[in-house]
Design a protein around this ligand. Sequence first.
Ligand SMILES: [Zn+2]
Length: 419
Amino acid sequence: MSPRGWALLALAGLALALVVTTALLIPWNRPPAPRADQLAALRALPADQVAHGREFRAALRPGGYASIAVGLLIALALGLTPLGSRLIELAGRPFGGHWIAQAVLGGLAVVLIADLVTLPFSAWRQAVLTRYGLSTNGWGGWVIDLLKSYAVSAVVGAVALLGFYAVIRLAPRWWWAFGAAGAAGLVVLLSFVLPVLVEPVFNRFTPMEQGPLRTELIALAARDGVPVRDVLVADASRRTRAVNAYVSGIGPTRRVVVYDTLLREAPPEEVTAVVAHELGHARDRDVTVGTLTGALGAAAAVVALYLIGSWAPLLRLAGVDSVAQPRAFPLLVALVTVVGLVATPIQALISRRVEARADAHALALTEDPAAFESMQRRLATVNLADPDPPRWEYLYSATHPSTVERMAAARAYAREAGR
Ligand SMILES: [Zn+2]
């Protein structure tokens, strides 16, 4: 069988593994709370707060979707015309067209251009956040964050580009197999190292100070059977007023992180409700499952890129002979961008199901639906959420159930528990 035949077989196998894993590990049969309960929850919210949240989301929308559209257009313009391959050549020219210069400098140049054309929209977003009082870091802090994230992506990108094209040179016929394994490995590695190496670039993390709340949270985790060595507080207040908490890392790098804004804004029982939700993620191994499906998806993507990218009409459009050349990198970026847009609603749906399960876990663990509901109301108020967003936007990109869905879930729990 030819390498192409093996690639087709591998792609079928990876796709099957992905379907089986998501079918078995994602809590699909978790329907949202009844719409009547959601509407009752919506009526319970102050009308001016709902209007304010909707106004804020409407102000963000044009820039957000324009950014997606312009990003797609530039990716297609560079990838499906000879423009991108010429750019790669240009970046390699000072180094005699050496493949390393083409691969790393050319590759980073393509990514940087895509970042730069969407930069005005990021600035727009920051302006809206500032106008609505949600951003606290000012333009100086915004620029510093931007430069830091460019630096992190340049380092990760350079390593990935160098590794990818080195493998292609070492194994010209089977690079896609090594590339797929490498991409999967990279996803797993990043899951371990991101919280330890990258998150500290943006925030400072300190153990939560000793006191009744910390004792209560550690006890809650112990009761839940989730070993948590520490609860960390992130100094999120340096750039935002938004409140949040999350769990990241796997095994020894697993941690529960609470924003300092949350501790400042919310009473202890609401912080407990938030942490109980995060413990739900830890208990159901959501980070591990996310890493596993991410690794399978990355491997499948590399094989698919090899197969689709070798399609002669596409190569002709891009003005290259083979998908394995550094000059074909813009074509790969164009394909990845399109796939990413198609995958967004699927990832959002999976995320909403997983988040709803973590909510149910928090309710069962704390047995305090009142605190859970007031926490949801606070989250919506402080983060200027639209508590009941437009259906199409919700289906396309919402990673969490809406505020009214989460409030309705708490009310349904209270009804069933007779509280
Ligand atoms: Zn969550």
